[in-house]
Design a protein around this ligand. Structure first.
Ligand code: AGP
Length: 607
């Protein structure tokens, strides 16, 4: 997902553009660039492939002296990562940056080339600049030229646009990719999110789908898709939401793993009544009459949904389906209106999850979202928003958002069980107290970091790693494998341990670490026998269990990691830290780019 910043400043903007881009690094990128009005009617660009350090080197050699400017971090969709494909892109008087995908760019490019326009990049983005410059040629004002351009585009975009001659303003637009307007003191800003403008202001307005905007020194003129002037609420963000620091951690991911107890504590507190020890779910969902829950999500959010299914079905006897959004949206699922769709998304901008949500809403389903970004597109399109309160998650590999999502699902399971008379008040109170106690146990599990770091050196040598678990731990096995592969680039697979003999056991040899997740729960004995099966074939087992399980673990594991014992209701919360820390320390051992792994973006806003 690309990052955008625009500043109409009272003083030079070069350093502030770069500062903002550094805060946008978490989104993942492969090149960066800035542009500014360096003289009346004159816009200059500076671009570089690679990290922002390369752009800073270019700027050191050729400073950009401008009070009005835009900046961009690019995550390549069309056109390889290179300087020529880096944003900003220029065509005649138009210089712009873009986040999203223009689906009809090839047809537009052919049309523009047929009219003599010459392209200098392989990107879809350049089509927007060329098209807008062609509109300016017809005599349209910059705003009307932008509107006419937007009307020709199919796809998703957030834009920040400089027009030579319109020297004291920046134009912007949003469709499918978020864009915020920042209000400073006599200065105005555009950004992909509140973090982008956070160093300069915490007063932001979120543009709506289809909006376009002109910002100059003192104001923003916002228009809706029909071109009507509109007002968007200016929100005062908590300073913390706008500024995220790494503190004394080496990586955001490390900090976010350690932040989990606090993040889950804040999240749980929003879903239980600690005075009455009852679950308290906002949004008046009638769980008693609900026929089914359909969870749609991607990646780690999907895995959190899998854990939710176990707990909600076991506790509430309420059918739950969980599907990968990119598959769900295209398989024409047979849906009935009596169900509730829950979109799970840390960013609230994942394209496939948004599309799956819209599919369900179009068929009459009530909708809810478990999100971190409460002003995101998904959050704005559902009937009920269930926020997680873990603060901005910067590391591309999701950790604190994952356990916070699971925390919400546990509270939902308790509330649904009570509403459907599957548990009485006393049991509800007991389960709420178990949930409230989870963060303390999570903190204890994080205390295993040194033991886990010691294992990491060995695992870092592996070519393949197998994660096994049963019940909710089979979902956590998938999460452990995803964490390891996405930040250390080691191939890893997560499997339901009962599947071992149906294929994966063929992988087992004395070079393959097998990570078995087995708290002392109803599945423990079966997991213990799986452990014996793989050890009999030379498998090097890392047995992650709890204090009770350690007493019953079969001998012979290469390592036994002992997390604190917990009620099965919260064991996935407690067992998350060991698998997260293992992936983190393996990646550190391998010198990988932990917070911005190669090829990955923090939010996948394109298909
Ligand atoms: C998780 O570590 C990954 N970064 C990725 O799988 C992520 O969970 C997925 O892209 C979904 O993102 P979302 O929660 O913002 O929708």
């Amino acid at each position: 997902m690309c990052g955008i910043i625009g500043i109409v400043g009272k003083s030079d903007v070069q350093n502030r553009l770069v500062e903002s881009l550094l805060r946008l690094e978490y989104r993942g990128y492969d090149s960066a660039g800035v542009a500014g009005v360096t003289a009346p009617g004159h816009v200059e660009r500076r671009r570089a492939q690679g990290k922002i350090r390369a752009l800073q080197d270019v700027l050191a050699a050729q400073p950009l002296v401008a009070k009005v400017g835009i900046g961009h971090t690019r995550w390549a969709t069309h056109g390889a990562p290179s300087e020529r494909n880096a944003h900003p892109h220029t065509a005649g008087r138009v210089t712009l940056v873009h986040n999203g995908i223009i689906e009809n760019f090839a047809e537009l490019r052919r049309e523009l080339e047929a009219h003599g326009r010459v392209f200098s990049s392989d990107t879809d983005t350049e089509v927007i600049a060329q098209l807008m410059d062609a509109q300016l040629d017809t005599g349209l004002s910059p705003l009307l030229a932008l509107k006419a351009t937007l009307d020709r585009l199919t796809g998703a975009f957030a834009l920040a646009v400089l027009v030579a001659g319109e020297d004291e303003a920046i134009l912007g637009a949003r469709r499918g990719s978020p864009l915020v307007v920042g209000y400073g003191e006599g200065e105005m800003f555009l950004g992909s999110d509140a973090l982008a403008v956070g160093p300069f202001t915490n007063r932001v307005a979120y543009l709506e789908e289809g909006d376009f905007v002109r910002i100059d020194h003192g104001k923003a003129e916002i228009f809706d898709a029909a071109g009507e002037s509109v007002v968007r609420e200016v929100k005062q963000l908590a300073r913390a939401a706008a500024l995220v620091e790494r503190g004394n951690y080496r990586h955001f991911m490390e900090k976010e793993i350690h932040d989990q107890p606090e993040g889950c504590q804040r999240t749980i507190a929003a879903y239980v009544d600690t005075l009455t020890s009852q679950a308290a779910i906002p949004g008046a969902v009638d769980f008693a009459s609900l026929e089914r829950i359909q969870i749609v999500a991607c990646g780690t959010s999907y895995i959190a949904g899998m854990i939710g299914r176990y707990l909600i079905e076991q506790l509430a006897d309420l059918p739950v389906d969980v599907e990968i959004a990119s598959e769900f949206r295209y398989r024409q699922p047979a849906l009935r209106p009596g169900a509730l769709v829950i979109a799970m998304s840390q960013s609230g901008e994942t394209a496939d999850t948004l599309a799956a949500l819209r599919y369900c809403k179009a068929r009459g389903m009530r909708s809810a979202a478990i999100v971190n970004a409460t002003e995101s597109t998904i959050a704005r399109e559902v009937d009920v928003v269930w926020p997680i309160h873990c603060g901005p998650e910067i590391g591309v590999a999701s950790t604190k958002a994952f356990t916070a999502q699971v925390s919400v699902l546990i509270a939902l399971a308790i509330a649904a069980a009570k509403a459907r008379n599957r548990i009485d008040g006393a049991e509800e109170a007991r389960l709420v107290k178990v949930l409230l106690g989870a963060p303390r146990l999570m903190a204890e599990a994080i205390g295993l970091e040194d033991a886990i770091s010691a294992i990491a050196a060995e695992i870092a040598k592996a070519k393949d790693v197998l994660y096994l678990g049963r019940g909710p731990m089979s979902a956590l096995a998938l999460e452990g494998a995803l964490k390891l592969k996405e930040i250390s680039y080691i191939h890893a697979e997560g499997y339901a341990a009962g599947e071992l003999k149906h294929g994966p056991i063929a992988l087992v040899d004395d070079q393959t670490p097998i990570i078995i997740l087995a708290p002392y729960d109803a599945w423990f004995e079966k997991s213990a026998s799986n452990m014996s099966e793989v050890m009999a074939r030379g498998g090097q087992v890392v047995f992650i269990t709890d204090t009770e399980g350690a007493k019953h673990a079969p001998a012979g594991a290469k390592v036994v990691v002992t997390a604190p014992s917990s009620d099965p209701l919260v064991s996935t919360l407690v067992m998350s830290a060991p698998i997260q820390l293992l992936a983190y320390h393996v990646a550190v051992q391998k010198g990988a780019d932990v917070d911005q792994p190669r090829n990955l973006a923090k939010s996948v806003t394109v298909e």
